[in-house]
Design a protein. Structure first.
Ligand code: SAH
Ligand code: SF4
Length: 395
């Protein structure tokens, strides 16, 4: 760790219970919280656990938003639920569909804030890229989200609500009592790679992902969920212990000097500290590798020396290196590396025995590609000058 001043997240928080007509939202509650809520309205302790399972199935497996449809609950209980609770998810403000089939949704959450969610269809899977914060407190110089000043943590309801919203749009809720075969799912994978730093909103991300993985919840395998962090070192071990999903790390540079500029959290936890945490990341199976994300910025981090250094640094870590050609955004201070440089870099990594796929930019025409997300409602923009000063580059 370096001696630099800590980066203190300056995040607005909202109370868990959003008071819409005085009702408590059941979406996003942990099993235990829902059990307590049910006991609170008089459901006998002995029954409460089973009722939670039933309600979870209606909400998360079959997509029901109306208590009257929950036919295995007594009419009296349904009426009581109706009185005190709601099943609420973020509202879709707009939807854009790219030439390549990628869908970008703008969703509105409590307080009028907006976040973006991206659905990426592929031949063997459909990935939903979800957001964990409005904006981001970190200011990675190549990331559009990092230029948005207003930041607030999303609640667990708002996080899992993005998945429910996408399933609505894809029209893939199974008929009650049945389930879709896993291999036929349109939404088969989740990546926490949208707006925000998920590990700065740990508890809500954890609670939401528990619902995503629960056999009575959204029922996705933990291996189909990937959390991407810029390197919040103290929370990395907890990610394995408390969530258990796959991990991706925004590495992006091979020296502290360059990483300090690209990913400023490096000033707090440098490359060495980050690698130490990754070496300790528990893995249940050998096939579970850590994904190193590496954005390709022309003549900034894309030299052959960088590639060789990267191989040395990650020695001993089961890893896959995802090379992401830089996606431009208005005022961005970098250029995408040339194809030649990207391929030369990839070859060195590949020859050292690591998978080094080059990520195909998706949804560029609708500004849905990695790092292009930023909600338009946000007014306080940084100037181009400010962005360049932070990036340490001249125009
Ligand atoms: N905050 C988390 C997750 C969101 S960003 C994190 O930083 O890991 C998802 C990925 O997109 C990260 O690897 C991020 O560094 C990368 N990214 C950000 N801006 C980008 C851009 N303009 N072009 C390509 N990738 C970008
Ligand atoms: Fe935040 Fe990730 Fe963007 Fe950095 S790359 S500013 S951590 S969203």
């Amino acid at each position: 760790m370096t001696a630099n001043a800590p980066i203190t997240p300056d995040i607005l928080t909202v109370p868990r219970k959003e008071a819409e007509a005085g009702k408590t939202n059941l979406v996003g509650m942990t099993r235990d919280a829902m059990r307590q809520a049910l006991v609170g309205i008089g459901v006998p302790e002995k029954q409460a656990k089973m009722r939670v399972g039933q309600i979870w199935q209606w909400i998360y497996q079959w997509g029901k938003r109306d208590f009257s449809e929950m036919t295995n609950l007594s009419k009296a209980l349904r009426a009581q639920l109706e009185e005190g609770f709601e099943i609420a998810i973020p509202e879709v403000v707009s939807k854009q569909v790219s030439e390549d089939g990628t869908r970008k949704y703008l969703v509105r959450i409590a307080g009028g804030h907006e976040v973006e969610v991206v659905y990426i269809p592929e031949t063997d899977r459909g990935t939903l890229c979800i957001s964990s914060q409005v904006g981001c407190t970190l200011t990675c110089s190549f990331c559009h989200t990092g230029t948005q000043k207003l930041v607030r943590n999303l609640t667990a309801a708002e996080i899992i609500g993005q998945v429910m919203m996408a399933r609505d749009d894809l029209d893939e809720w199974p008929v009650p009592g049945t389930r879709n075969p896993d291999e036929a799912r349109l939404l088969s994978n989740i990546v926490l790679m949208g707006m925000g730093e998920p590990l700065y909103n740990f508890d809500n991300v954890r609670d939401a992902m528990k619902i995503a993985m629960d056999p009575e919840g959204i029922q996705l395998s933990r291996r189909r969920i990937t959390l991407s962090t810029s390197g919040v070192v103290p929370e990395i071990a907890r990610t394995a212990q408390e969530i258990g999903c796959l991990l991706a790390v925004s590495f992006h540079a091979t020296t502290d000097e360059v990483r300090d500029k690209l990913v400023p959290i490096n000033k707090r936890w440098n490359i060495e500290a980050l690698l130490e945490a990754l070496r300790a990341y528990p893995r249940l199976a050998n096939s579970e590798r850590i994904t190193f994300e590496y954005v390709m910025l022309d003549h900034v981090n894309d030299s052959k020396e960088d590639a060789h250094r990267l191989v040395k640094l990650i020695e001993g870590i089961p890893a896959k290196i995802n090379l992401i050609p830089f996606n431009e955004w208005p005022g961005s201070p970098y250029q995408r590396s040339s194809n030649n440089r990207i391929h030369a870099f990839a070859d060195i990594i590949h020859d050292a025995g690591y998978a080094s796929p080059i990520r195909k930019p998706r949804g560029e025409d609708i500004m849905a590609a990695c790092g292009q997300l930023k909600s338009a409602t946000e007014r306080a923009r940084k100037s181009r000058k400010q962005i360049e000063a932070e990036a340490g580059v001249k125009s």
